[in-house]
Design a protein around this ligand. Structure first.
Ligand SMILES: N[C@@H](CCC(=O)N[C@@H](CS)C(=O)NCC(=O)O)C(=O)O
Length: 282
């Protein structure tokens, strides 16, 4: 694991946003990520809140569009946002569509050729990136939370459900809640994991909850005017699985809000507060 290389940095809310690249061993090539270090980090290590973005996004999207930095500065949380897929090493067909390949890594570890060589975003996000952050930033690694949007909202749920104890807080905006049962997920899983749908369940948040996986209390926000809600997101399936299995979930539905960052920025303060309430305790 090589040290991150600083590409640019910007003062914000008395803290600093930095954009970095590094050579990733899980991905087998350069990866990029961004970090907001809040002002409190000058005094002591601070909790880490990881954000996973959605389809077509990069490590820049969240920092520029979500309106999160001021709230993270208020509560003393470090924000970490990785890119949404490998980009350095290229794979045949990885840019053929916007919902698969580049910008669409789905935060899983691929098992089908050729993707399995480097599409290992789950291992990257849950192991390599926290290790890197712990080593090179003023982070309190024992206090880590995760959240995300759409593909990344689902990635956050799966990261927490598959790694009990790793994250102390979890939330999501408009997650692809049951990917095995929607076109985006079926396309991604069919290619990254192969046609055997039994293997898909290990990477599907609703299926994981149905199988008994549990994570800290979930906060999920969903816009009712989201253009992808009916076809792709299916929050009701996750809601039913959580209810049947006793997984604590607060799912809030908001009239009039669509899928984009105007929606996210409207509720980001609630999410930062949700994470800070747990991460700043003890
Ligand atoms: N390119 C897609 C939209 C993709 C999209 O909405 N991506 C979401 C995540 S699933 C996003 O956050 N886009 C970036 C943005 O809104 O800045 C389309 O043409 O319909």
């Amino acid at each position: 694991m090589t040290a991150p290389v600083l590409r640019s940095k910007h003062r914000a809310f008395e803290g600093e946003v930095g954009f970095y690249s590094h050579a990733s061993s899980e991905i087998g090539g350069e990866m990029r990520f961004s970090v907001f270090v809040p002002p409190q980090a000058a005094e002591r290590p601070v909790p880490v809140l990881v954000y996973l973005a959605g389809l077509t996004c990069t490590e820049e999207t969240f920092m520029t569009k979500a309106g999160a930095l001021g709230h993270a500065a208020e509560f003393g949380l470090m924000l970490v946002a990785p890119d949404t897929s490998p980009r350095d090493r290229r794979y045949p067909g990885d840019d053929a569509s916007w919902d698969f390949g580049l910008g669409a890594g789905f935060y899983l570890d691929a098992t089908a050729a050729p993707w399995r060589d480097g599409y290992r975003m789950h291992a990257y996000v849950t192991r390599e990136l926290p290790e890197l952050i712990g080593r090179h930033f003023p982070a309190r690694r024992s206090a880590m939370g995760i959240f995300g949007h759409s593909m990344g909202g689902h990635g956050a749920l799966v990261a927490a459900l598959r790694n009990p104890g790793l994250y102390r807080s979890v939330s999501a905006f408009a997650p692809i809640a049951a990917p095995s049962q929607c076109p985006w997920g079926q396309k991604a899983f069919g290619n990254y994991l192969g046609p055997d749908q039994a293997a898909w369940a290990e990477w599907d948040a609703t299926a994981l909850v149905e199988q008994g996986a549990r994570c800290p209390e979930l906060l999920i926000d969903q816009g009712e005017a989201d253009q992808f809600l009916a076809r792709e997101l299916h929050p009701h399936l996750l809601e039913a699985a959580c209810k049947a299995g006793g997984q604590p979930l607060t799912l809030r539905r908001h009239a009039g809000y669509d899928h984009g960052y105007y929606f996210i920025s409207s509720f980001i303060a609630d999410h930062i507060r949700h994470h800070a309430g747990t991460l700043n305790r003890g």
